[in-house]
Design a protein around this ligand. Structure first.
Ligand SMILES: [Zn+2]
Length: 113
């Protein structure tokens, strides 16, 4: 379950930032998890519960946003939303497309006191 390592590194990142900023309690974490990031949102949420004994994160709420997939056609160069994992251009039906949005996984922001 590599989600555990992803959450561990998120915890480390926020912990060191919180220490720098003098934050003693994290209230909310906003993660962005693209549909093709390779990380499962439910597994991320579960992994996060394993760290709830850390005082800094005791009251933290984990929010996960799952942005849609955006592709760009290598034939007509238009960008479009990919629905239901249909990896073809919706303008010219070309199958040679690039995923330009949907593989990301990052901390958008966190809030704390
Ligand atoms: Zn096209």
């Amino acid at each position: 379950m590599h989600e555990l390592y992803l959450i561990q590194s998120m915890i480390d990142q926020i912990s060191s930032n919180a220490a720098e900023q003098g934050v003693e309690r994290v209230n909310r974490i906003q993660l962005v998890n693209g549909q093709l990031s390779g990380a499962n949102t439910e597994a991320l949420r579960f992994a996060f519960t394993l760290f709830s004994n850390i005082p800094l994160f005791q009251y933290a709420l984990l929010e996960v946003e799952e942005p849609g997939l955006i592709g760009r056609c290598n034939s007509c160069y238009r960008t479009f939303k990919i629905e239901e994992y249909r990896f073809i251009c919706c303008y010219c039906s070309n199958g040679d497309i690039e995923i330009i949005n949907g593989q990301e996984l990052y901390i958008d922001y966190y809030e704390g006191d």
